[in-house]
Write a protein that binds this ligand. Structure first.
Ligand SMILES: [Mg+2]
Length: 319
């Protein structure tokens, strides 16, 4: 049945739309459609959950339902990458208004399936309910493949800080969308759907990463968590950053003095940043700084960054 509202589709119809055509993934013993899903695991399992709320984490005027589904999966899986795990599968809780078009849910589900395939994650099941506003919660389970988790607490003086993935693209996209523009497409698309470097977290763990985090709230904010958990000073060198042409264009167009702000404080790209013993950085990672003994702060070219800090989910805006 095409068209109609979520209320007309009903809860069971809604679930059928989401779980149909699901591929079975390795390790999944019992998939969606029963009271529980079951997967088999050897050793430690990593778990993380991530919630997105309509009009707070996405706007329907900026993002398609497919984008929302893809982003919800990508953001959750990025947290698994950050400890060096590979996804086994995920469960989704979806609360939506009964008046919402059923096609929204169909497109959302298509996005979820698409990103699950990219990430190598199975969709194990979920729950739906009616609510005044749309809320999506994704809970992911990951396989540490016999390794210890890479935490935020392992950075040591003498380590280098390295980056895998993009920084500040989603934030540049948000900045132009916020002003009513739709281009450059590259940054607008980055805001709509992040591209976490799937598999890079496990590769970093195999290479001996001492600490790792995914950049969801901004590089300074997230490396701040590493500095505090590890009890070290992190020094970033801006000459090591790659500022892309669309970011320069956006900074110029919106009258921002320095596109570096996107790189240092922009969230939502879900790049990975990790610390490694010098000489132990895996291929494809960019060295952006180093770790020193000292108070637990992040310095930019030797000084405290004076611009705006990263996103704080409870402050209601940029700090
Ligand atoms: Mg995270």
């Amino acid at each position: 049945m095409a068209g109609g509202s979520v209320g007309e589709l009903g809860e069971f119809g809604l679930i059928d739309e989401i779980i149909r055509d699901l591929p079975m993934t390795r390790g999944v013993v019992l998939g969606a459609g029963d009271d529980c899903a079951v997967f088999s695991a050897e050793g430690n399992v990593a778990v993380s959950t991530d919630t997105m709320v309509a009009d707070r984490h996405w706007k329907d005027t900026w993002s398609s339902p497919r984008d929302v589904g893809r982003k919800a999966v990508a953001a959750a899986v990025a947290d698994l990458e950050a400890v060096g795990a590979r996804p086994i599968g995920l469960v989704i809780s979806l609360a939506v208004p009964t008046t919402l078009a059923a096609d929204w849910v169909r497109d959302f589900a298509a996005g979820v399936r698409q990103e699950c395939e990219r990430a190598g994650a199975g969709l194990l099941g979920g729950d739906t309910t009616a609510a005044p506003t749309a809320v999506v919660t994704v809970t992911v389970f990951g396989d540490l493949q016999g390794r210890d988790p890479v935490t935020r607490a392992g950075a040591r003086p003498g380590d280098v800080v390295a980056l895998k993935g993009r920084l500040g693209w989603a934030e540049a996209g948000r900045a132009v969308l916020n002003r009513g523009f739709r281009s450059p497409a590259a940054v607008v698309n980055a805001h709509r759907v992040p591209e976490p470097p799937y598999g890079a977290g496990a590769a970093a763990a195999r290479a001996g990463a001492s600490a790792m985090i995914d950049v969801s709230d901004g590089l300074l904010a997230d490396l701040g968590h590493v500095a505090r958990a590890s009890g070290v000073t992190i020094q970033l060198q801006t000459s090591h950053f790659d500022i892309a042409e669309p970011q320069r264009a956006v900074a110029g167009a919106i009258g921002r003095r320095d596109p570096l702000g996107f790189i240092l404080t922009g969230g939502d790209d879900h790049a990975l940043t990790a610390t490694f013993a010098a000489g132990g950085v895996p291929d494809g990672w960019r060295v952006i700084g180093h770790v020193e003994a000292g108070e637990p702060i992040v310095l930019v070219d030797g000084a405290v960054w004076e611009g705006p800090q990263g996103w704080d989910h409870f402050s209601g805006g940029r700090g």
